[in-house]
Design a protein around this ligand. Structure first.
Ligand code: DX5
Ligand code: ZN
Length: 215
């Protein structure tokens, strides 16, 4: 598998966001993970389309927007228009999964579904031919810097089996750092989201390289 780290800007220093994005791009990142929280689906609030649109002005890097919001169908278009390249909504938050995938795909944006650590990955089977991306939460969403939930490694392996040779990316999000990343790579998933384990390092460049090269 090709290793691919998607930095989560949730842990970035927003007083210096241009430099913080440049730092991960210079280190080799080709995508950026953007965590949107609504204070309902998760007990925390972050930012919305207004901020994403402004960050879009700074870079052409692939934006994967992770919506931790209730009733995603009401807001998908706003996040698409803000410049997302992939839009990911939560299985647990959607009232009609196929409808929500279609809203995204008709805009020529890649569609992803995120599942919480206690959601059965087999529930995604009916949608497997419609989606471009599956995000496995390895913490309960809401905050950066939480501990990796080891049981979710089985979910990742199951989804790698389930996708067979389809062109679906599988990402993992939460608690991935120098200690946990080797196990994550071994599951065969495609994208590893890292927030605090990258942005809180003394050198973002060195940490990115170390995370890529862990054996
Ligand atoms: C959790 C967020 C994650 C988080 C990852 O609700 O979805 O993307 O930023 O951060 P770390 O790597 O610090 O767990
Ligand atoms: Zn996320």
């Amino acid at each position: 598998m090709t290793r691919n780290i998607s930095p989560s800007i949730l842990s970035a220093d927003f007083t210096n966001i241009r430099e913080q994005i440049d730092a991960v791009q210079n280190a080799g990142a080709t995508r950026l993970h953007i965590d949107v929280m609504d204070g309902h689906f998760v007990p925390n609030l972050t930012f919305g389309p207004f901020i994403i649109k402004q960050i879009r002005e700074l870079t052409n890097i692939h934006f994967e927007t992770h919506l931790m919001i209730e009733n995603p169908d009401q807001y998908l278009q706003k996040y698409i228009d803000a410049g997302s390249d992939t839009v990911i909504f939560h299985y647990e938050a959607s009232t009609d999964i196929s409808r929500d995938i279609n809203i995204i795909k008709k805009n020529n944006v890649l569609a992803g579904i995120a599942i919480n650590p206690d959601t059965d990955p087999n529930l995604l089977k009916p949608y497997i031919n419609q989606i471009d991306y599956i995000l496995v939460m390895s913490v309960f969403p809401g905050f950066g810097g939480q501990s990796f939930i080891l049981d979710t490694l089985e979910t990742m392996k199951r989804l790698v089996e389930l996708k067979e040779d389809r062109e679906i990316l599988i990402g993992v999000d939460g608690g991935v750092n120098l200690k946990t990343i080797a196990e994550v790579y071994r599951t065969g998933i495609d994208i590893v989201i890292v927030g605090s384990g990258l942005y809180k390092a003394d050198s973002i460049n060195d940490r990115f390289r170390d995370l890529m090269n862990v054996s």
